[in-house]
Design a protein around this ligand. Structure first.
Ligand SMILES: Nc1ncnc2c1ncn2[C@@H]1O[C@H](COP(=O)(O)OP(=O)(O)OP(=O)(O)O)[C@@H](O)[C@H]1O
Ligand SMILES: [Zn+2]
Length: 745
């Protein structure tokens, strides 16, 4: 008789532990089994984590059966899941769920698709000619076959939104097509352009050779590639992947935005004959499952996708590339709030694989880890691939514009440049830095922004108390009647929307082709790709958008980028506000001047004296980094110290608040008795956004040194799992933990 310790695939807060079952069968670690659970012996699934580690008692229940081996997890995946649970303080369920197949309830044997291949082009054309014009469905089916020549039935049906069975039968009988069954789905269908035949330039080639050498000889295979916008980082990845494929290895490429996956795939499919799997959250369950199967069955050796692609069942990994590695999308926003780069590092180590982080604007912590701690080999690409200069940056003081009577969001300077570039047929991006919080304050005379003395964080206005508060430590002052710095101005709240900008542009430039991309226009599946493609292919056009348009895109026609309002990001109430603003503005500005014409970036701001703008003007990342690092050291933020934020939420406000108090009391108790009190635990306070999806939200902020971080994590894990029933009074409370959160909203 064997014993098996299982993690149950069942979301319940009270069973976050391993359960022992027995069986005469010889299962493997990682197998998914079906077991009876609880008093009613409800049938649920579990993953085998340990074998023959526990004893059989007279209460031990027996495993009923196991799922097909295809669904099993590998030992490496189990190790990574446990790493995630320990580090991001989530449940076993949440951690394992990342790795299980998107749909394991379909029997594999039933999962095949029909592939259609065109045999006789002429006969098909004949048939099209002879088909009645009003048989619309049939005609679109026939035309699609003529166009694609080789396509799977589900793809075809989804595309045309019709049933095709009878047409397929008819064509098969006429010998125009043949069909075949594929148990695993056919190759992703991407239009291939001519092979581009790009040769690495000298800078790229040197780095490629060094990285190759690191792979072959070095024990530490982590790389940070710091290359300016347009320096051709993607071309370097392509060569590295070619090299690793030649060594029978596989590759994962992560990109921060779904809209970027399409651009990346387009470039990769021109370079590789291999089948490329795509994974991101916009796929249907079925599509996800198809991709998963292709990877599991070793048909796809290259996986491109958003952060979740990291959990795909790829084996023999040779390289994990994290493109735009500074991006906040790499931090999960739902529990488990894992850091993609830390997890990628773990997986790379397991496989002895390369980990390549790449960006024009590394996060402060990443750059510190590379340059000071030597955790990464640091490489730099200092020139654009086509030898063009970086765009020229112009700063416009919006206080002056206001004083001169211009009440539009577009300054005179920006209007003039826009006119000039549109006349040349070039394209323009107008970027709105909307990330941040709207109740932030700026003096309308001198641009002063009030800050917390303890935390270096912008204060936020609270209407109920008519006061300004710090959202880290609770510091509060009553609202000023006039600006304490210049004694003249008054505080105003900044903020404008993409639609408002769109109206102004329409009015000023009635003949321009205007595109807008924000959450509203890209809700529908495929919409954002469509907007980006149309913009890329249209001249004399203006794209107005938020964060989504800022990264990674290569639009050769864009010669001018306008940053409408740099302030909203700069003065956002959290310690990463400047880092985020530098990155996003440098990145969006980097879209300018990638084609034949030189680029210009116009940054409009009320905080024109902020040193950040000086660094941006000179594209001087290193100076920005030094400046920011000093501040971080003084206030003990990352990489010198850590903030841990525990958010407690519930539909019922009192429950949320009282649970938060209990969590805080429990943590304080362990901190005082068990630890040498190195953690600072702040009081419970309402979150900046007090209610999300009907749930009231309270937070407890902890600060720890780097040395005490792991103890802090253990303490939180202990409090929230072992003591869960005591600390959380009801099942209606949810808790999430975020280490060094990207924002405090
Ligand atoms: N060796 C090369 N010779 C000619 N063109 C190149 C070369 N390498 C890259 N390019 C071209 O330069 C452009 C910019 O390259 P790429 O998009 O890879 O830049 P990037 O470093 O990823 O920029 P960003 O950080 O702004 O996304 C692309 O159009 C690419 O095809
Ligand atoms: Zn403070």
């Amino acid at each position: 008789m064997n014993t098996y310790d299982l993690s149950l695939i069942q979301q319940s807060k009270y069973i976050d532990m391993l359960f022992t079952y027995k069986s005469d069968n010889d299962y493997n670690i990682g197998d998914i089994v079906i077991v009876p659970f609880g008093i009613g012996n409800k049938v649920i699934e579990g993953i085998i984590i340990y074998k023959n580690k526990s004893e059989v008692t007279n209460k031990t229940k027996e495993i009923i059966s196991a799922l097909e081996h295809t669904y099993s997890l590998t030992q490496k995946q189990i190790d990574t899941a446990i790493f995630i649970r320990d580090n991001y303080m989530c449940s076993y369920y949440e951690a394992f769920k990342l790795f299980t197949s998107p749909s394991k309830y379909t029997k594999l044997s039933e999962h095949y698709t029909i592939n259609i291949t065109l045999n006789d082009k002429e006969k098909l054309q004949e048939l099209i000619k002879n088909t009645r014009k009003n048989a619309k469905n049939k005609l679109s089916f026939l035309n699609a076959i003529a166009h694609y020549e080789n396509i799977t039935k589900p793809v075809l049906e989804e595309m045309l939104d019709i049933k095709t069975n009878s047409y397929i039968n008819e064509l098969e009988q006429l010998n125009i097509i043949t069909t075949s069954k594929l148990t695993v789905f056919s190759k992703n269908r991407f239009t291939k352009n001519k092979k581009p035949d790009i040769k690495l330039n000298a800078e790229q080639a040197t780095i490629f050779n060094s990285i190759k050498n690191i792979y072959d000889t070095e024990p530490n295979k982590s790389v940070l590639l710091h290359g300016i916008t347009g320096s051709g980082k993607t071309q370097v990845y392509i060569e590295i992947i070619k090299y690793l494929l030649s060594k029978q290895k596989t590759a994962i490429i992560l990109v921060p935005e779904i809209s970027l996956t399409m651009q990346t795939i387009a470039r990769f499919s021109n370079e590789f004959d291999e089948d490329i799997a795509i994974i991101h959250s916009n796929l249907t369950k079925r599509e996800k499952f198809e991709q998963w199967l292709k990877i599991k069955n070793k048909i796809s050796k290259i996986v491109i996708g958003a952060r979740s692609a990291l959990f795909s069942p790829l084996e023999d990994i040779g390289v994990i590339i994290i493109d735009e590695c500074h991006d906040e999308a790499y931090k999960s926003e739902q529990s488990p709030k894992y850091d993609t780069i830390e997890v990628a590092n773990k997986i790379a180590k397991q496989n002895d694989a390369l980990l390549i982080l790449a960006t024009a604007t590394p996060s402060i912590t990443q750059y510190y880890e590379a340059s000071e701690l030597k955790k990464y080999h640091l490489f730099k690409l200092l020139n654009r691939a086509n030898n063009k200069p970086l765009p020229q940056v112009v700063i416009v003081n919006m206080l002056e514009e206001m004083k001169n009577g211009n009440n539009l969001d577009l300054s005179k300077t920006l209007q003039l440049e826009m006119k000039r570039e549109l006349a040349k047929g070039n394209s323009i991006i107008l970027f709105l830095n909307k990330r941040g919080y709207s109740n932030q304050l700026t003096c309308d005379n001198c641009g002063y922004v009030p800050k917390c003395e303890n935390c270096d964080i912008s204060l936020t206005y609270h209407k109920t108390t008519h006061s300004y508060k710090c959202h880290y430590c609770g510091y509060e002052v009553s609202a000023f009647s006039s600006c304490p710095k210049c004694n003249e101005g008054h505080f105003m709240m900044l903020g404008t929307g993409t639609q408002k900008i769109e109206n102004q542009v329409k009015h000023l430039f009635p003949s321009a082709n205007i595109f807008r991309m924000d959450k509203d226009t890209s809700k529908e599946k495929g919409m954002s790709e469509k907007i980006l493609t149309d913009f890329r292919n249209t001249s004399h056009s203006v794209l107005i958008g938020t964060q989504m348009i800022g990264k990674g895109h290569d639009f050769p026609k864009v010669s001018l980028v306008g940053v409408i309002n740099a302030d909203q990001g700069i003065n956002s109430p959290d310690y990463k506000a400047l880092e985020r603003s530098y990155n996003i503005i440098e990145q969006v500005g980097g879209r300018a001047g990638r084609g034949s014409d030189d680029g210009t970036v116009i940054i409009q701001t009320f905080s024109h004296s902020n040193s950040l703008l000086f660094f941006l003007k000179n594209h001087n990342y290193d100076a920005f980094y030094q400046d920011e690092l000093e501040k971080r050291q003084i206030f003990r933020y990352e990489p010198f110290g850590n903030l841990i934020r525990i958010t407690v939420s519930s539909i019922d406000e009192k429950t949320a608040f009282s649970s938060a108090i209990k969590v805080k009391e429990a943590l304080t108790f362990y901190n005082n008795t068990k630890l040498s009190a190195k953690l600072k635990i702040y009081d419970v306070s309402p979150c900046l956004i007090t209610r999300i999806e009907q749930k009231y939200r309270y937070q407890i902020v902890l600060r720890s040194d780097n040395e005490t971080l792991s103890t802090a994590k253990k303490m939180i894990n202990y409090t929230l799992t072992a003591k869960r029933k005591i600390v959380l009074s009801s099942d209606n409370v949810s808790v999430s933990i975020d280490v060094n959160p990207d924002n405090m909203l």
